[in-house]
Design a protein around this ligand. Structure first.
Ligand SMILES: [Fe+2]
Ligand SMILES: [Fe+2]
Length: 294
């Protein structure tokens, strides 16, 4: 059984909660996952010292990590930086790598940077990057669990109503479903969601499991997770995947299991990019789906 620990929106800066960061590190020490994924918003305002604190936090993680930036990791008020070098501070003080990839015999995890400097909140995957990610996924073996990590959400959780999703979400879901992606990990909304692509986009191959982590270590929880903090623990074998949503329990001073979800792993090989040019170029939207996703 392999394990991924998924945390998000740690928001070093005023909203950060150090006790919960210690709790997350304690969970990692206790469970020794194969990989820790942090799906963006490391900082509150992309300040050098906030990135340095995030770096110190990640350096305390004793297992491999995969981290992507979020919109809060781009300067909001330092306009010259935001437009000319939006990830300069991230690269200088946290990591040069914006879109890391983790590989082993049973796991392929591809990070996508969905943040940019043009608008603050909205995410985007450039088509060129989407095709590069597709190439990496196409080369995966049938034995590997295929995971995509993106800060911004590709589907709108039901309770967020008309919440916008990232630009190119429809094309990305089409591609990921066709290429046999098992799992998409996101953050940004500061509220957990555990579901699958079929609920929003009933088209294509076997559904992709979609996990949003709430904010794991900040006071910025929203809606049903206001003043709450969450993370996801994923365990998988060759036949199935078990996802547990964990929530911070203040009286116990630790993250405790809040819900558990089981998914079969579908046979997903072989997959190729053949025939995907047409949908990427703008296939007609399926009834009821694209309107939601766009
Ligand atoms: Fe956030
Ligand atoms: Fe965000």
């Amino acid at each position: 059984m392999r394990q991924i620990f998924h945390i998000s929106d740690v928001h070093f800066g005023p909203p950060h909660l150090p006790e919960l960061a210690s709790g997350a590190l304690g969970f990692i020490d206790d469970h020794k996952p194969d990989l820790v994924v942090i799906s963006g918003d490391l900082t509150q305002r992309a300040k050098p010292h906030q990135f340095q604190q995030a770096r110190e936090f990640v350096d305390q993680i004793s297992v491999p990590t995969l981290v992507v930036p979020g919109n809060h990791d781009v300067p909001l008020y330092r306009f010259w930086e935001r437009f000319l070098n939006p990830f300069g501070a991230y690269r200088r003080h946290f990591s040069h790598e914006l879109e890391p990839v983790y590989r082993d015999e049973e796991l392929l995890v591809v990070g996508i940077n969905t943040a940019h400097g043009w608008t603050f909140k909205d995410g985007r995957i450039p088509l060129r990057r989407l095709l590069a990610v597709a190439k990496v996924l196409e080369e995966a073996s049938a034995d590997q669990l295929k995971v995509v990590v993106a800060h911004h959400h590709l589907i709108p959780p039901p309770w967020f109503g008309t919440q916008r999703v990232l630009t190119n979400a429809y094309e990305a879901m089409d591609l990921f479903t066709s290429l046999g992606v098992d799992l998409i990990l996101s953050g940004h909304l500061h509220q957990s969601f555990i579901g699958n692509s079929e609920e929003f986009y009933p088209k294509g191959g076997p559904p992709v499991v979609i996990l949003h982590s709430g904010t794991t270590t900040s006071n910025r929880g929203r809606a049903g997770e206001r003043d709450k903090n969450t993370c996801n623990w994923i365990r998988f074998g060759s036949e199935s995947m078990l996802v547990s949503n964990y929530r911070w329990e203040p009286s116990l001073h630790r993250f405790t299991e809040h819900s558990q979800h089981w998914y079969p792993r579908h046979s997903r090989s072989p997959y190729t990019l053949e025939g995907l040019e047409e949908p990427l170029a703008g296939e007609a939207d399926p009834p009821g789906s694209a309107a939601i996703l766009r």
